[in-house]
Ligand binder design. Structure first.
Ligand SMILES: [Zn+2]
Length: 57
């Protein structure tokens, strides 16, 4: 799974339909960040099955 973080931000996003999903100027990682560094909006989407995850190629 792909995680993205806007440069200058502490929060990692993993739902590509998150309103704050970064499209430019972001860092990428493929391993899970610390829980407290994961966007609560993404977690809430995950919990309600509304999270569209980035498929790895
Ligand atoms: Zn998010």
């Amino acid at each position: 799974m792909e995680y993205r973080r806007k440069k200058g931000s502490e929060m990692w996003h993993f739902c590509k339909n998150c309103p704050n999903w970064p499209f430019e100027d972001f860092d990428v990682r493929l391993t899970k960040p610390d829980d407290e560094k994961i966007d609560p909006e993404c977690l809430s989407r995950e919990n309600s099955n509304k999270c569209k995850k980035q498929k790895l190629k």
